[in-house]
Design a protein around this ligand. Sequence first.
Ligand code: FES
Length: 120
Amino acid sequence: MTDDDMKTTSAAKTRLVRVCAVEDVDEEDTLQVEVEGEDLSALAVYRVQGDEIYVSDDFCTHGKASLGDEGYLEGHIIECTWHDGKFDIRTGEPVALPCTEPIKVYPVTVIDGEVYITVK
Ligand code: FES
């Protein structure tokens, strides 16, 4: 298999999935989204500083609170309101206890005001 074959094979295994419209999410706020017809958990969409969008799995890794529905967003940090754990939405890494496991984050593409994530 050549390097070009590997790139094609790798690219063919990923695809874009529409999540919502940018305007569905208020600025400096979050939104819980369930994408119908996809084998994905619920998602949390974050809108930071205008049209800067991030997407992660919705549930906090500490106790399954909804980050998209109940989280408090400040800059690039989402605070889980159940026990005050925090994550960096750019990387998914926990930044405040009791959270120690990262949340899964997705590559985001915005096309004509629509938010897409890349999934495998
Ligand atoms: S459920 Fe999120 S910090 Fe406990």
